[in-house]
Design a protein around this ligand. Structure first.
Ligand SMILES: [Zn+2]
Length: 419
């Protein structure tokens, strides 16, 4: 089997791995780079039979619009809905690829390859690892994963019942080289949010991703305990609605202690796509909406999350006293010049604003070094190939059987395990 990492051997994000047999070529992920100077892979000479997308983070799917639209893209249905939600609410059309939905642990075939998706714990819901088999070889691709989220049991299941006889394991290593000390679990994020909001005199704003379902659940559970109401924007409310296809345990806008604030810009987009959103807008207006006047009248009753937490809105609440601002995503987005984006300087400035109580409450979507070690040991692959890490060169320090492949390097997986 021919293997090429097109991107991701020495960086986080932009992952793209090619696996080819004599007759079939597939890609594992086709992501946008997070690193500013990263060069997109040139796939022009390839005849691609299918692309497997591990989850709905742009650094894993963001280049699928560069594919010939007839190439099948295999993805979880929920993940596809998340991708569409972001695009439609940003004013773009959904991708026009040939999407095919797989189901967790149900094997399917792409040409000569047999693929089994393993649901994993990650900051994106509907995230998968893949067991890929062809020509008598078994490859396991971890995707992005962790063991300390609300679905940590999925990690434990893989450790206690790992896929057997794996010839080659592509394992992510985002947290290698980062500070792994005092690593919080998702439940401790919930406690931190609760501490901030329980005696609040003014509104609290939480800055986090709308698609980090674990985080929204943490914020909601803290609100319930503190008798506060969580305020969603349209986009976050829509993302939570999508969760209904897989679970009824995740809070949605019709639950107690949740309201939706109808932002004008998002409202306009929703009105433009009546077929896509169905009766969602009407349901918000009829049953779940909170007006600006109510928020201003009782700011101490509310916790705004995700896209509610824009700096103009935060500024407007300072007149009621000190505002709580919980920064609940990777610190690198405000601290690291490589990853700064529009608005990150304004958010960062709140740290020195006496009218803002700035609190950091976050945990990573990626496995700690300790959890990576247990994972690698359990799978015990013939070769362990680093992926999605800035420290691929350091894997040898921590794991056995490491074989580092560099971007663009051709590798032929021929030898039987153990030779
Ligand atoms: Zn991810």
């Amino acid at each position: 089997m021919k293997i090429v990492i097109h991107r991701g051997s020495e960086e986080i994000g932009g992952t793209c791995i090619q696996l080819s047999t004599n007759s079939t070529t597939i890609l594992l992920d086709l992501g946008l780079a997070l690193k500013k100077d990263s060069k997109d892979p040139d796939l022009s000479g390839l005849n691609i039979d299918g692309v497997l997308i591990s989850h709905s983070h742009a650094d894993h799917f963001g280049l699928i619009d560069t594919l010939d639209p007839s190439v099948p893209v295999y993805i979880g249905e929920l993940g596809k809905r998340f991708i569409d939600a972001t695009r439609v609410l940003l004013g773009k059309e959904p991708f026009s690829n040939d999407f095919r939905f797989f189901i967790a642990w149900e094997p399917f075939h792409v040409g000569e390859f047999k693929v089994t998706p393993y649901l994993v714990d990650h900051s994106a819901a509907d995230a998968y690892a893949f067991l890929v088999e062809a020509e008598g070889k078994r490859i396991f691709y971890s995707g992005d994963f962790r063991g300390h989220g609300r679905k940590g049991v999925l990690y434990k299941n893989i450790i206690s019942n790992p896929p057997k006889d794996i010839d080659l394991l592509f394992m992510e290593g985002s947290m290698i080289g980062r500070d792994n000390k005092n690593f919080p679990a998702e439940t401790s994020v919930e406690r931190k949010v609760l501490n901030v909001i329980k005696d609040q005199k003014n509104m609290t704003f939480i800055i986090c991703s709308s698609q980090n379902i674990d985080r929204i659940v943490s914020a909601y559970r803290a609100c319930l305990k503190a008798s506060k109401t969580l305020v969603l924007d349209f986009y976050t409310a829509w993302v939570l609605e999508q969760m209904k296809i897989v679970t009824t345990n995740v809070p949605t806008m019709d639950w107690n202690n949740i309201k939706v604030f109808a932002d004008y810009g998002q409202d306009k987009r929703i009105k433009e796509h009546p077929d896509y959103f169905g009766d969602f807008r009407q349901r918000v207006y009829r049953h779940c909406r909170v007006q600006k006047e109510e928020l201003y009248e009782h700011p101490e009753q509310y916790v705004g999350i995700s896209k509610i937490s824009r700096f103009k809105v935060i500024e407007s609440y300072k007149k009621y006293g000190q505002v709580n601002l919980i920064y609940s995503q990777w610190r690198g987005y405000i601290d690291n010049p490589e990853h700064k984006s529009f608005g990150s300087d304004r958010i960062s400035a709140f740290q020195n604003d006496p009218m803002v109580n700035f609190v950091y409450a976050h945990t990573s979507g990626h496995a700690t070094l300790t959890d990576l070690k247990k994972f690698a040991l359990a799978i015990n692959a013939g070769k362990l190939v680093p992926i999605h890490s800035e420290f691929g060169h350091a894997f040898r320090k921590y794991f056995d059987n490491v074989q580092q492949l560099h971007d663009g390097e051709y590798f032929n997986l021929t030898k039987k395990r153990g030779y």
